[in-house]
Design a protein around this ligand. Structure first.
Ligand code: AMP
Ligand code: MN
Ligand code: MN
Ligand code: MN
Length: 285
């Protein structure tokens, strides 16, 4: 029997990174929306995992540990989701700690860039939205710029201020693809390419990403995600088959006010793919 018809939501964010809900609030919302298997995947951070495990258990919902690691590949930022790892693994904890390093300095530079176009106090403004002092992110700046009236919504902020070539954008070196995949796999988890449709890669660069990811031991790709269009579900289902990758599904939910796709409300995985949760049955708690 195919297990692709399972309400698995294996990608979302809490206040431990750039989400606005606590792990407990997310667990309750996931349960209310019919999620059967959940994962909290905070950016470069797993300190919310113990709370998420307990909250999932309290809701009677199955759980896989999760994170979303920022990686620099071909001079662009790529996200690698890790699922089902041992969240007490020391090398993984240290690797993520190092990946978070430098976010504060980057944020100061972002604020300087914004000040040059007349937006003052953005560092302090963004900090008001930060739940984890080690994880100040562009999302927190976006919330400040909406609050201050500079933009209508966070998407407009990213378009006008926080993406490449815009005044608040500061290039940053994240983890390497090899390290991210190895931290996850050596902690008994599975590495998954997050929302591949979101990167502005050429076909050659994308092929290189998938090829190198596999060579380092990566095993999965997000096919159905809140970051993909419907044609991209089909495109990356094909890529999953071509590269013999396990398929994942996740909303990438951040906030009730900002996210287009709520927890547990995505379409099912297309058929003829092996769901990543099949390979992680022994890691589900
Ligand atoms: P950072 O890790 O600080 O570079 O922030 C990246 C985060 O910004 C992503 O995880 C998203 O939550 C958010 N983000 C990136 N691009 C956009 C966009 N175009 N619109 C809204 N949010 C975005
Ligand atoms: Mn985010
Ligand atoms: Mn992402
Ligand atoms: Mn995400």
């Amino acid at each position: 029997m195919s297990t692709s018809i399972l309400n698995a939501d294996l990608h979302c964010h809490s206040v431990m990174s750039d989400g606005t809900l606590t792990p407990e609030q997310l667990a309750a919302r996931a349960k209310a929306n019919g999620v059967e298997l959940w994962s909290l995947t905070d950016h470069d951070e797993i300190s919310g995992q113990a709370r998420a495990i307990a909250a999932a258990q309290a809701q009677g919902m199955k759980y896989l540990t999760g994170t979303e690691i920022s990686v620099t590949f071909a001079n662009k930022t790529v996200h690698i989701v890790g699922l089902g790892f041992d969240h007490t693994n020391a090398a993984l904890i240290q690797g993520l700690h190092n990946t978070r390093g430098g976010r504060s300095e980057r944020a100061q530079e972002m604020a300087e860039g914004l000040a040059k176009v007349g937006i003052h106090g953005a560092f302090e403004g963004a900090l008001k939205f930060v739940g984890n002092p080690e994880l100040i992110s562009r999302t927190h700046f976006a919330r400040f710029l909406v609050e201050s009236g500079a933009c209508q919504d966070t998407h407009e902020v990213f378009r006008n201020y926080l993406t490449e070539g815009k005044p608040g954008f500061v290039p940053h070196r994240w983890a390497t693809l090899k390290n991210a995949v190895q931290w996850i796999t050596e902690a008994q988890g599975i590495a998954v390419i997050a929302h591949p449709g979101r990167y502005d890669f050429t076909a050659n660069e994308e092929y290189a990403l998938f090829t190198e990811f596999k060579a380092h031991g990566g095993q999965g790709v997000e096919v159905v995600t809140g970051s993909h269009t419907v044609p991209e579900y089909v495109e990356y289902a094909d890529m999953a088959r071509e590269f013999n990758l396990l398929a994942s599904r996740g909303s990438d939910f951040h906030s009730p006010d900002e996210s287009r796709i709520d927890l547990g409300t995505l379409p099912w995985l297309p058929g003829q793919l092996t769901p990543v949760w099949d390979a992680l049955a022994h890691r589900i708690q």
